[in-house]
Design a protein around this ligand. Structure first.
Ligand code: DNO
Length: 349
């Protein structure tokens, strides 16, 4: 596995100097944030990220995300043109040495949480989700202040956008996704890029909008839409793990070769459609992190891994879910799990 760490660029309070000191760190995971979704990324901005990484002894091989414009997801008149822009970005990133691109196909909202600073027993603060609280908010009244939520929309714009999805059923969303894959996957394949779709977080429809990248059956369906080494999954355990019926060790094992990128973090399910983010180790939450890593390794996983959301600990403040300390602890834990599992398996061979 190649260990990586998300870095939000110059505005990130976590520095590359800090990231490089995390043992076994290989690559940053970043993106160009200076243009809106649907624009071509300048070669200059891409190359700047690469050289910033290199100056700190790191690679820049993973992009998270190249956002998919809403119009592609709801199937608007400019979908085709926007898909061409998307393909151009794939080519530009390949030229800069990027090997894996993470993206998602969630209508309107990316990841959603109801609380940003949920106080835990040990004094840490973490992100939490409670469906009741989320549904009590009316996105059209802009009472929404959630991470992953693009606050640049006005109320009116959001209303218009949600309206565009009025006739987009799950089936229609699948069709639009297939149409998108048919265009981008051949481009990715000829440029040696692995595309890695991120599961929906949480993995169920929300505010009447469909979500489809949610469970084992749908991941299988997704992989069958485009049979190519470039069509893969970002295996995000925190997202998929919110659904108790998702057997993550089994899914990790089954899809291992189709997982170029894994987000490995733990959550604690606290009720129906209710969970909070916890420290990475198995003992801290509902997910079997050892079982997941074992599933991946036994399945032949050879991708990038990043510790995912961290809690805020030791008085740290910063970008919710993306502080340094707890994610670094997560990275150290994942290093240990992978070493142990890989050696165990090696010894048995
Ligand atoms: C949250 C992230 C997501 C992810 C996108 C991928 O922390 O995991 O925002 O980057 O969904 O497109």
């Amino acid at each position: 596995m190649k260990l990586s760490f998300r870095w939000y660029g110059d505005s990130d309070p976590v520095t590359l100097e800090q990231i490089r000191q995390i043992p076994n760190m290989y690559s940053i995971v970043s993106a160009v944030y200076d243009v809106p979704a649907g624009s071509v990324w300048s070669t200059e901005s891409i190359m700047r990220l690469k050289s910033q990484a290199q100056d700190n002894g790191l690679k820049f091989e993973v992009v998270e995300s190249v956002p998919v414009p809403e119009e592609i997801k709801y199937g608007g008149p400019n979908a085709q043109e926007l898909t061409e822009v998307y393909c151009e970005n794939i080519k530009r990133l390949a030229k800069a040495g990027v090997k894996c691109i993470c993206y998602n196909f969630m209508p309107v909202f990316d990841w959603l949480r109801s609380e940003l600073s949920h106080r835990q027993a040990d004094g840490a603060n973490a992100l939490a989700y409670d469906e009741k609280t989320v549904l009590s908010m009316d996105p059209l009244k802009s009472e929404l202040s959630l991470p992953g939520w693009d606050e640049s929309y006005t109320k009116e714009e959001l209303g218009e956008l949600m309206n565009k999805y009025k006739n987009v059923s799950e089936d229609k969303l699948w069709d639009n996704l297939e149409c998108f894959l048919k265009k981008i996957i051949p481009v990715a394949e000829s440029n040696n890029i692995k595309m890695a779709i991120h599961p929906d977080d949480p993995p169920w429809g929300i505010f009447g909008l469909p979500r489809i990248i949610t469970n084992e059956k749908n991941l299988e369906k997704f992989l069958n839409l485009a049979d190519s080494p470039s069509n893969g999954i970002t295996f995000c355990t925190g997202s998929l793990g919110a659904l108790a019926e998702n057997n993550l060790p089994r899914m990790a094992n089954r899809f291992a070769k189709k997982i170029p990128f894994a987000h490995l973090r733990n959550i604690l399910r606290t009720g129906s459609r209710q969970f909070e983010e916890v420290a990475h180790p198995t003992s801290c939450g509902s997910l079997d992190m050892y079982g997941i890593v074992k599933g991946l390794v036994l399945g032949g996983f050879d991708g990038y891994v990043r510790p995912d959301h961290g809690r805020m600990i030791w008085g740290e403040t910063g970008r919710y879910g993306y502080g340094l300390y707890d994610r670094a602890l997560g990275a150290a834990y994942l290093n240990g799990l992978f070493e142990a599992v890989e050696k165990d398996i090696g010894d048995l061979r």
